[in-house]
Write a protein that binds this ligand. Structure first.
Ligand SMILES: *Cc1c(COP(=O)(O)O)cnc(C)c1O
Length: 356
């Protein structure tokens, strides 16, 4: 029996993937030239799908790179001459902060969990870029979208970068208030890993060009200026992951067919099932108490040791894989992925098994 993965990434593949993988082979997609007509068309269709699905404005550009982690580095190099500011809510926002430090920037950080309101936030006046991990996969802490827009309104001259790796395409953004939004595809898209996507504003493109022209190290291969030039010709800087791009084009078609609002609503229904269940289950405890900050796509649960042992049994007997806590929380928490690939029936089955 095939396994079902409730892990937060890589996760369970989207249900249509096995069909699309077969078609990729029969259509010889994996051997086409990345400079040919067929590839141009693929890239164009994929971009159009993403624009419709996520409602991306015309003046924002879409770039394809290799991962979410790479996106952090590309973002810092291309948007920061000297000063970045980071809101920390777990290990991935910490990684973003450390990448900025490693690039010799003056990176400042504040724990978002200690802020109750945007008016308490103090970002120093030199700041060029504010970095927020909208959905922190390590802790299950989501930053409410209104909170993010308030920050942009408070600091309109700072660029704003959002890591949405584990919430896209569930998260519904107004891109005119963001400068860099990035994600990879092995989480909520239900695709194999190895592809990162960046959605970049004209202001961020301008900043990157300014830095390039003034001899700052914006990166040689994946800088915004080069990525943008290639994309205008419907090309990529390198021979890209054509397989991943192909599968993403197919899966975004499937999402469009079902309707993004339906998928988003279903995600919220499943999140409620999960939170309500663990709220009432002895030996388990929801890690993020305040509902506003509870991630809809990665549900983090504190669990007693005997409960975790029980979960191990359930996994073995039923071909289920559930995520464990991140880092030091490995033996203390569960992280349950709630992505588009997980149906309401899948979640109900999971909860039935845990209950018994
Ligand atoms: C998984 C994850 C990343 C890292 O993405 P990769 O594609 O694995 O490099 C970054 N940020 C968040 C919030 C993540 O969940």
């Amino acid at each position: 029996m095939k396994k079902i993965f409730f892990t937060p990434g890589p996760s369970h593949l989207y249900s249509t993937l096995s069909r699309h993988i077969k078609t990729a082979l029969t259509e010889d997609v994996l051997s086409i030239s990345h400079r040919g007509e067929k590839f141009h068309l693929l890239l164009e269709n994929l971009q159009n799908n993403l624009r419709v699905l996520l409602d991306i404005p015309k003046d924002h550009q879409i770039f394809f790179i290799s991962s979410g982690t790479e996106a952090m580095e590309v973002t810092i190099r291309n948007c920061v001459q000297k000063n970045s500011f980071h809101l920390i809510n777990g290990a991935f926002s910490q990684r973003f902060f450390e990448i900025s430090q490693a690039l010799n920037k003056e990176a400042q950080a504040t724990m978002i969990t200690e802020l109750s309101e945007v008016k308490d936030l103090k970002v120093n006046s030199q700041t060029e870029l504010i970095c927020i991990t909208q959905n922190e996969t390590s802790t299950g802490y989501q930053v409410p979208i209104e909170f993010i827009y308030k920050i942009k309104n408070k600091y309109p001259n700072c660029l704003l970068a959002l890591d949405t790796v584990s919430s896209m395409p569930y998260v519904d953004l107004n891109y005119s208030l963001t400068d860099v939004v990035f994600f990879s595809v092995q989480k909520c898209f239900g695709l194999p890993s190895g592809l990162g996507v960046m959605i970049v504003s004209p202001q961020a493109i301008d900043k990157a060009r300014y830095l390039l022209e003034n001899n700052y190290d914006v990166g040689v291969i994946h800088n915004f200026t080069k990525l943008s030039k290639a994309m205008q010709k419907l090309e990529t800087v390198e021979t890209p992951n054509i397989f991943a791009l192909y599968l993403m084009e197919k899966v975004t078609n499937d999402f469009l067919q079902i309707g993004i609002n339906n998928l988003r609503q279903e995600t919220e229904v499943k999140a409620k099932l999960l939170y309500d269940f663990f709220d009432n289950q002895a030996g388990f405890d929801i890690s993020i108490k305040d509902k506003r900050y509870q991630s809809q796509t990665v549900i983090v649960i504190n669990a007693e040791t005997n409960k975790l042992n029980g979960i191990k049994e359930i996994e073995l007997r039923n071909n289920i894989v559930i995520g464990r806590g991140y880092g030091i929380y490995k033996d203390k928490q569960l992280r349950v992925a709630n992505f588009f690939t997980h149906s309401i029936a899948d979640v109900e089955r999971l909860l039935r098994l845990i209950k018994s």
